[in-house]
Design a binder for this molecule. Structure first.
Ligand SMILES: NC(=O)CC[C@H](N)C(=O)O
Length: 263
């Protein structure tokens, strides 16, 4: 909401200190079966992937449907899933301390994060881009100049990447995407940067904004699982492969993204 202050400098992507997961079970799959539900860490503020409707309390999106499909595969019932809100900053610590079984939250697979968690196969291919108000002089990453303010989210690859590609800009980092988008609308920054797929969701929320300049990074999304739990990684990869084979994956992709996935 309003009045949320960004902080600087960056905390970097990830942010968990690792280890010490006394509350986390060794076999996530056994724990899910014993408990009778999957606990998935998802975004609540990201239209198309995980967005909570404040009126109905329902959370919907591509990542949510992935969680349901995994619950169906594990427990034979897609409703046996509890959705817990994570942000880019909180997701790895929440996984490590056992609060959630899996992160399904627009999370890019990268080397730094692989030190802390294990990833499934890629389930979505995004790339970083820029969101601006229509009519903005910024039309691509090349237009970012000293003195401009770029809005991003803490713990995201987006903040790290834009600093590397445009070192002279000021990057302001927010707790979550709704706060960052509110700040853009309030004129607190020149552009908001994150994955194109997330930005398209913002354009749907407010068509006075547009995504410009194509993508300047690759952001392959994976679901994250506690390190060393190969059984559960294999299980989720199996669920993903089944969905691709049955056509369910393509259907889901079209539902949320509005087009067929690239072959
Ligand atoms: N913050 C996000 O989750 C989206 C940006 C990017 N995919 C990341 O993992 O950081």
């Amino acid at each position: 909401g309003c009045g949320t202050k960004p902080t600087e400098p960056s905390q970097g992507a990830g942010g968990a200190s690792g280890g010490g997961n006394a509350a986390a079970p060794a076999s996530t799959l056994a724990e899910i079966k014993k408990r009778g539900k999957l606990v998935a860490g998802v975004k609540f503020d990201t239209k198309l992937f995980g967005l909570k409707d404040p009126a109905s309390g329902k959370v919907e999106g591509f990542d949510i449907d992935m969680a349901k499909a995994i619950a169906k595969k594990a427990l034979g019932d897609e409703t046996k899933v509890e959705l817990k809100e994570v942000t880019s900053k909180t997701r790895i610590p929440m996984l490590q301390n056992g609060e959630i079984d899996i992160i399904i939250a627009t999370m890019t697979i990268n080397e730094e994060r692989k030190q802390q968690v294990d990833f499934t196969d890629v389930y979505f291919k995004a790339g970083q881009s820029l969101l601006v108000k229509k009519g903005s002089p910024i039309q691509s990453i090349a237009d970012l100049k000293k003195g401009m303010k770029v809005l991003a989210v803490k713990g995201s690859t987006s903040a790290v990447n834009v600093r590397a590609k445009a070192p002279e800009v000021t990057v302001l980092e927010f707790e979550n995407y709704q706060d960052a988008f509110s700040a853009l609308k309030a004129g607190q920054g020149d552009t908001l940067t994150t994955d194109n797929a997330i930005l398209y969701g913002m354009v749907k929320q407010d068509p006075n904004y547009q995504v410009v300049g194509g993508t300047f990074t690759d952001e392959p999304y994976g679901m994250a699982i506690r390190k060393g739990d190969k059984e559960f990684v294999d299980f989720v990869n199996g669920a993903l492969a089944d969905m691709k084979k049955s056509g369910e994956y393509d259907k889901l992709y079209e539902t949320w993204i509005g087009e067929k996935p690239a072959p």
